[in-house]
Design a protein around this ligand. Structure first.
Ligand code: MAN
Length: 348
């Protein structure tokens, strides 16, 4: 597998964005949705910021209070043995899990796909009770002349997936929660198949602790049904612990290709691919035995959460996969892989 990583990597990092709130620091600019718009590349960046702790013993969480129009800070002591701080992303108390950072989405534009200008216009902010711990990981699909964005809302109710749409990346229409808790990693297919819209989604079974990819159908992109299990983690392989859809699937002569993430026993997040039948997308033709992108570069192995490559978007153009991906939950990077290489890995 020939992977070309941009020599400009990381393209955008946490130091490139100012925090929005006093007393906060930006810890990550990552997991961006991507689209082509008027000849430019648009990234919809996830910006994560966290309240700066007053001392090493204190961990703070920011939670939106929409009635007061501000962020409320919750304070936790590392000495409290009832609280689990082992995952740097989470604060797990006996009654509630909080996030150590709070995210919103922001637009960046580029004419060459490598050098981006980050804008304030067109940002998407948490705005309702399902989003009060932040919004994350947008995926963009161009359907019938409009850009549809699925993104994750985190709140005291759990992890939900929301739908928004735009024609210009300046103003957005929100269509509400489309997958209830806990469900994320939702990607939409860009055209109807057999008269229906299709989505991949990732519900979590708390009882069995399973993270699997499912596929669903819809007539209006808002109400989803006819759910079917699509794929599970593969025992003993690079994606043995968790899997979730990555970029929106793209169509090739061989079928739909979905680039998804998988987590192994060591907690490494890698990317692989699965090939789905073009007219019966619930049928898997093949799946890569090995990952197509592995965290190897310094900016992928080290950061806020190291050993992570995680994509929310790619552009498939001229038989090349132009993958924009989050590196170590800290920065955005770019890699290019040829379709031929991916098809070889899929044994097609
Ligand atoms: C989860 C999500 C992602 C994140 C990865 C790695 O799957 O929260 O946003 O990038 O974990 O931390």
């Amino acid at each position: 597998m020939q992977v070309y990583r941009s020599s400009n990597n990381p393209l955008i990092s946490s130091g490139d964005v100012e925090p929005n709130f006093d007393g906060f620091e930006v810890i990550g600019v990552f997991n961006a949705g991507v689209a082509r718009f008027k000849g430019e590349t648009i990234l919809l960046l996830r910006i994560a910021e966290r309240p700066i702790s007053p001392d090493a013993d204190t961990v703070l969480a920011g939670v939106y209070d929409f009635e007061k129009g501000c962020i409320e800070l919750k304070s936790f002591s590392r000495q409290d043995s009832d609280i689990d701080f082992s995952d740097p992303r989470l604060i797990k108390t006996p009654t509630m899990t909080y996030l150590t950072s709070i995210s919103h989405l922001r637009v960046a534009r580029s004419s060459d796909g490598i050098n981006f200008t980050i804008e304030n216009e067109g940002s998407i902010w948490p705005e309702n009770e399902y989003e009060d711990f932040g919004i994350e990981d947008p995926r963009i699909t161009f359907i019938d002349g409009r850009y549809y964005i699925t993104y994750v809302g985190v709140s005291r109710y759990g992890v939900t997936t929301h739908l928004a749409s735009t024609a210009d990346f300046k103003s957005y229409e929100r269509h509400g929660v489309i997958f209830y808790p806990d469900n994320k990693d939702v990607v939409l297919f860009h055209e109807k198949i057999n008269g229906c819209y299709w989505a991949l989604h990732r519900p979590v079974s708390p009882l069995f602790g399973r993270h699997q990819i499912w596929i669903a159908e819809s007539s209006d992109l808002k109400c989803w049904g006819c759910h079917r299990h699509l794929m599970s983690p593969a025992a003993g392989k690079w994606d043995s612990v968790k899997i979730g859809a990555g970029a929106a699937p793209f169509k090739t002569d061989a079928g739909w290709i979905e680039v998804y993430h998988g987590v192994d026993k060591e907690g490494h997040y890698c990317l692989g691919a699965v090939l789905l039948d073009s007219s019966e997308p619930w049928r898997i033709i093949s799946r890569t035995d090995e990952p197509i992108l592995v965290p190897e570069a310094d900016y992928e192995t080290q950061g806020f959460f190291g050993n992570v490559v995680f994509t929310c978007g790619l552009l498939f153009e001229q038989d090349k996969l132009n993958i924009y991906y989050g590196a170590a939950d800290t920065a955005i990077a770019y890699a290019q892989i040829s379709l031929n290489d991916v098809l070889k890995a899929l044994k097609v």
